[in-house]
Design a protein around this ligand. Structure first.
Ligand SMILES: Nc1ncnc2c1ncn2[C@@H]1O[C@H](COP(=O)(O)OP(=O)(O)O)[C@@H](O)[C@H]1O
Ligand SMILES: [Mg+2]
Length: 262
């Protein structure tokens, strides 16, 4: 829906759904993220780009709660969530893609999705109970699979999926927790060239259904099309945040990237 993109292009119109304030994180004597102030608008598609080692994954880890910041804060929907554990952030609607290793390769797609739906509803994981097509968690799982175009693969084992379809499945598992904000860390990594476009289409659709997406990606070409705004991270600092055409034309960004390539 093109009309929806207009208000969010401004970025922070209305109260932001997600904010970081003076966020700093490091390991030992090293500072890896320094003084990050970032606002994500409700319903926005914000991409975070930057060279390898810039701190993109570290930033998502601090936002999702895996990394504890040295200083600064993270706010979700106006609430300070800095001290919340990752699982509590998920329950508040902040979801992060499962890593490939968290898929059960011997189980079918729908069984994986059912387990994700059960877990997000606070139920115990049950591998023993046979999935019944009418049970609520299975229904939620099937709906999530349909949303990422994997409904016809529901009964297949995960091990049979291509990399692109595994990435779609990870997004489906994330959808089972009914997130308002999705944090995606390089969803196209390891995906073959011909599978990138359908995967990006799935992500675009997930966003168009009203969710906020924060996507880390190191390829600028990929994010220009789908993003309302792009944030550029370099050496642990936020270089700039703006509309794709502004960011592309920014000489500071260009020199950061050309410097990287040289
Ligand atoms: N847990 C950690 N321990 C030590 N160094 C880390 C850790 N996590 C990240 N780093 C370092 O922080 C820098 C940024 O890493 P990362 O956030 O993964 O970058 P990006 O995702 O942008 O490629 C890198 O130099 C990386 O080696
Ligand atoms: Mg990374």
């Amino acid at each position: 829906m093109s009309g929806q993109a207009t208000p969010s292009r401004a970025g922070a119109e209305g109260a932001p759904i997600l904010s970081t304030r003076s966020l700093t994180w490091g390991v030992g004597g090293f500072t890896i993220l320094e003084d990050i102030d970032l606002d994500v608008g409700r319903g926005e598609f914000l991409s975070i780009i930057g060279p390898n080692g810039a701190g993109k994954s570290s930033l998502l880890n601090v936002v999702s709660g895996t990394n504890v910041p040295r200083s600064g804060s993270v706010e979700l929907d106006g609430h300070d969530i800095t001290s919340l554990r990752p699982a509590h952030r998920v329950r508040r609607g902040l979801g992060r893609t499962f890593q490939t290793s968290s898929l059960f390769p011997g189980l079918s797609l729908v069984e994986n999705a059912r387990l994700a739906a059960q877990a997000s509803r606070g139920g115990s994981l049950s591998l023993i109970a046979r999935p019944r097509w009418e049970d609520g968690a299975t229904q939620a799982g099937l709906a999530a699979l349909a949303e990422v175009d994997l409904a016809d693969r529901a009964a297949d084992p995960v091990a049979d999926l291509s990399h692109g379809d595994k990435r779609k499945l990870e997004i489906a598992l994330l959808l089972c927790s009914e997130p308002e904000v999705l944090l995606l860390d390089e969803p196209t990594a390891g995906v073959s060239v011909e599978e990138v476009a359908p995967l990006v289409e799935v992500i675009r659709r997930v966003h168009e259904r009203g969710r906020t997406v924060v996507m880390v990606e190191h390829r600028m070409d990929l994010v220009v099309d789908v993003s309302d705004r792009i944030a550029v991270l370099h050496n642990g600092r936020l270089l700039t945040v703006g509309a794709p055409d502004e960011v592309m034309a920014d000489p500071v960004v260009q020199s950061a990237y050309l410097g990287e390539a040289a």
